[in-house]
Design a protein around this ligand. Structure first.
Ligand code: ZN
Length: 181
């Protein structure tokens, strides 16, 4: 048995968060382990959704759970949002890559998704409400789009210091890594 994977969170402004994620090619054991480890990281971090770039992987995988009930675990591999509809709503979104930062984001209520489950079975479904919101947020990550891009100018101003602190923290971490022999 291979060791279970353990992921740490990738925080803003790590450049991996800005990359376009690449399609998954093999629906194999490694994908199953990756999805399991993503769910573990999401739950341990008290998140409701997580995209692969947030654990440093340039892969089109997202996991979410809108209720906290294990049976509502949803893993989408190579998802595409084929339609968005319904009234646009504002909601205070957080993001595990922006700890402590919440900002109102406007999105349509419903989205229709085509994807595969980790076993390679095709999924086509319409989602609404909170689940649809999480999917749209996580899907943004696969395109390198982040909460900071969706914030209003007023929210960006409100969170200016917190965002700057994340940048400083990242720079310090990179400098420390560079000093290591
Ligand atoms: Zn996010």
């Amino acid at each position: 048995m291979p060791e279970p994977l353990e992921f740490t969170l990738t925080l803003y402004p790590d450049p991996v968060l800005r990359k376009q994620a690449l399609p998954v090619k093999a629906f194999d054991e490694e994908l199953a382990r990756t999805v399991a480890a993503m769910f573990e990281r999401m739950v341990a971090s008290k998140g409701v959704g997580l995209a692969a770039p947030q654990v440093g992987l340039k892969k089109r995988i997202l996991v979410l759970n809108a209720t906290g009930d294990k049976k509502d675990d949803l893993a989408l591999v190579n998802p595409t949002i084929v339609a968005r509809s319904g009234p646009e709503t504002l909601f205070d979104e957080g993001c595990l890559s922006f700890p402590g930062i919440y900002a109102e984001v406007r999105r349509p209520d419903r989205c229709t998704v085509k994807a595969f489950d980790p076993a390679g079975r095709e999924i086509e479904r319409e989602y609404s409400g909170f689940e649809s919101r999480i999917i749209q947020h996580e899907f943004d990550h696969l395109e390198g789009v982040l909460l900071v891009d969706r914030m209003s100018p007023a929210d960006k101003l409100t969170h200016k210091a917190a965002l700057q602190e994340l940048v400083e923290r990242y720079k310090k971490k990179q400098a420390a890594l560079a000093r290591q022999p």
